[in-house]
Design a binder for this molecule. Structure first.
Ligand code: CA
Length: 699
């Protein structure tokens, strides 16, 4: 590919990409046995409304500059880490990859126990965005965690022993589970992922004591020849056309966000994108395709439907509504309202009446080109630009103006802090569909109906001036005045979730490996620490005997997204050593300085290349390899960079790809999708890019 093509590629987002021991997590509570006092972080979002706001204020704008490392804990992985740690009575429960749980002493970082669900490495192929996990739930001395292969475990919080285990997906790939379960009214709620592959989404509620399935809510209609599982699916079915959703999967997975309003007894969950992505392919006669990309409110005891709001009707862009939802009371047009707030991938910030689902406001928090605005009278986006087979450059990208990285809300300042990005996506319906009216369905692999194989050629044909420059930001959003209060610009597009505290502080880790504290009403950076590992997980805070700690899981990843980050990320510079880091005022510890990673490329100058094979290999690489190893073999630094393969790995390339030689490490076997000559062609393309990278590298 030309330098111009590489520039273009780098600008596009390819992927898209309580302890209810004491339910008073904000107040000091007395331990049973000792006089130690704890303030916990015992719910995923700190409270059921998921505000991610802590009342702790010992660390404040006046002393935050004195923060230092209290301790660090090595997570034993170099892959993506997304978990919110749960802190309960001086113990931390945090997940690494695959659903592995680590229990750690919150005071000194000492390891207590580890639980490994032993997920088969082959399951790594079924995840769109790395083998991540976003955390555990805790209730009544029991932990709940979903493993990457869709099993839900109840563990004894004292020792990690399994109390019960259920399979939430009946053993069926390509479902995966990456989300944190939530416990509401003695039920543990869990969804799953897999819309990119072509599955049918649902969320399940299990009895916390027995693991018995209490209810299941399907997000889209099922087999048209069978009765509807739920009454509202009959209405949903009227918003689909043809029956392709059934043969293609339909999508609508509930892979992350949930919230609970105990006052009104409403449980909310966010629903993902359609499968395949373009509505024209999925539902050829049009329609809204409920409940794709919707926020759904149900009764937590029964799963009974109450209301829904669809953020992206007939979603064609992977604009899921699975992003973080915050429940709060704010001023709306001079009136106090109980609201639900969400900034889904599609670029609009929504404020809904959380009792009725009525839309109160929707405003751009980043630039959007797929729609001009949202009409408040109809509640619908206006001037939707559903793309066709011609390539279309659209803002935001499938990575979203905001993705799963949690926001935070400071009720005293009436500000929502959003980790955002400007990043364009390239969309085009598969040419195969235009020519034949069908899209080949690949077993247990991406089936998004896009022209993935031609991506490289399409990008090379674009004018660079037509592609916006990408940037990541932290934005403070006032949901009452409906405008940005301040913006902090990052060097990377893919950054961490947010914590807000009563100390007038906002904390965020970033892709450049720097953890920062901002003054919440001005955005000013008051403290920062270079931890040499990029962060995507949200920090949390807790206290022991009145001493406040700041805790964050460092470990970048979660997508093959490049957008220029491949060169500037801490992962590329230092590797991506996963660590749990705890800070406190006057913390005395120092992180060991990580050595700079060897950035040289493999010397493949003596390998001869065949131009035809290289061209075919580029298409094969894009379709099967790019989603993890980078759009032009430019790994973000998390998954191995194939331009740096050792001679030993190069000599075993076929065995690794076709025989599952490294399956245990999460590199799947592709023998059902690829022939040896195709693997050889992809290899030729990788060598070509390796040679180009070595030639273009600075001396
Ligand atoms: Ca998706």
């Amino acid at each position: 590919m030309s330098c111009r093509g590489r520039l273009l590629m780098s600008r596009l987002g390819v992927v898209g990409l309580c302890f209810v021991l004491t339910s008073c997590n904000q107040k000091n509570s007395q331990d049973d046995s000792a006089t130690t006092t704890f303030v916990n972080w015992s719910l995923h979002g700190n409270d059921h409304g998921e505000q991610r706001f802590s009342q702790l204020d010992s660390i404040d704008v006046g002393n935050v500059s004195q923060l230092g490392l209290a301790w660090s804990y090595d997570m034993g992985t170099y892959r993506g880490l997304e978990a919110t740690p749960i802190v309960a009575r001086g113990k931390i429960f945090v997940t690494g990859n695959w659903g592995v749980v680590h229990a750690i002493d919150a005071g000194n970082g000492e390891h207590l126990w580890t639980f490994d669900p032993k997920v088969p490495g082959k399951w790594g192929r079924y995840g769109c965005c790395d083998v991540v996990n976003r955390g555990v739930a805790i209730s009544d001395g029991k932990l709940f965690v979903a493993s990457f292969d869709g099993r839900l475990f109840s563990l004894d919080a004292n020792n990690g022993e399994v109390i019960w285990e259920v399979d939430t997906i009946d053993g069926k790939p390509p479902y995966t589970s990456t989300g944190a379960p939530r416990v509401v009214k003695n039920k543990v709620m869990i969804g799953n992922g897999g819309s990119e592959y072509g599955v049918r989404g649902y969320i399940s509620a299990y009895d916390i004591n027995t693991g018995e399935l209490i209810w299941r809510f399907y997000t889209i209609p099922g087999d048209p020849s069978k009765p509807f599982e739920q009454p509202e699916l009959e209405k949903a079915a009227a918003t689909w056309s043809g029956n392709r959703w059934w043969t293609s999967g339909g999508g609508g997975t509930v892979w992350d966000s949930m919230a609970y309003d105990s006052e009104n007894d409403l449980f909310y969950f966010g629903v993902g994108n359609g499968s395949p992505w373009p509505r024209d392919v999925r539902s050829p006669g049009g329609g809204d395709n409920l409940f794709l990309s919707s926020i759904v409110a149900v009764r937590p005891d029964t799963g009974e439907y109450v209301w829904h709001y669809q953020t992206t009707p007939g979603d064609s862009w992977d604009y899921t509504a699975t992003q973080h939802m915050i429940l709060a009371e704010i001023d709306v047009s001079g009136e106090r309202r109980d609201v639900l707030m969400q900034a889904p991938k599609n670029g609009f910030f929504y404020v809904l009446d959380r009792i009725t689902g009525e839309l109160l406001s929707a405003d751009n928090y980043v630039a959007t080109t797929w729609a001009t605005h949202v009409d408040l009278a109809t509640g619908r986006p206006v001037a939707l630009d559903h793309y066709g087979t011609d390539p279309s450059v659209v803002l935001p990208s499938p990575a979203g103006g905001h993705n799963w990285q949690p926001m935070a809300f400071n009720p005293d300042k009436n500000l929502v802090f959003i980790p955002t990005r400007d990043l364009a996506g390239l969309y085009a319906i598969s040419r195969e569909w235009a020519e034949t009216g069908e899209v080949t369905r690949l077993p247990d692999w991406w089936n998004i109906g896009m022209d993935w194989q031609s991506y490289t050629d399409i990008v090379a044909s674009l004018d660079p001036d037509d592609i916006p420059i990408s940037h990541g930001y932290l934005k403070a959003w006032n949901p009452s005045t409906r405008e940005v209060a301040w913006t902090y610009k990052h060097s990377n597009v893919w950054n961490g979730g947010i914590l807000a505290t009563a100390g007038n502080l906002v904390f965020q880790g970033a892709g450049d490996g720097v953890l920062r504290a901002h003054q919440s009403d001005s955005g000013e950076v008051l403290w920062s620490a270079n931890v040499m590992t990029g962060m995507i997980a949200p920090p949390v805070t807790y206290s022991i005997n009145g001493e406040q700690f700041l805790l964050v899981l460092a470990g970048w990843g979660g997508t093959a997204i490049a957008g220029g980050d491949a060169r500037t990320s801490a992962a590329a510079k230092y590797g991506n050593r996963g660590r749990l880091l705890s800070f406190k005022l006057g913390g005395p510890e120092k992180l060991p300085i990580l050595p700079l990673r060897d950035q040289s490329f493999a010397n493949v100058s003596d390998e001869s290349l065949d131009e035809i094979d290289v061209q075919s290999g580029a298409r094969i690489y894009m379709q099967y390899c790019s989603l993890c190893h980078g759009s032009r073999v430019d790994s973000s630094g998390v998954i191995p960079d194939l331009r740096r393969m050792s001679p030993g790995v190069r000599s075993q390339f076929q065995e690794i790809v076709l025989n599952g030689q490294r399956e245990v490490l999460g590199m799947p076997n592709f023998s059902d999708l690829l022939e040896p000559d195709e693997v050889a062609q992809a290899y030729q393309y990788i060598l070509q890019v390796t040679k180009e990278s070595a030639r273009d590298a600075p001396p």
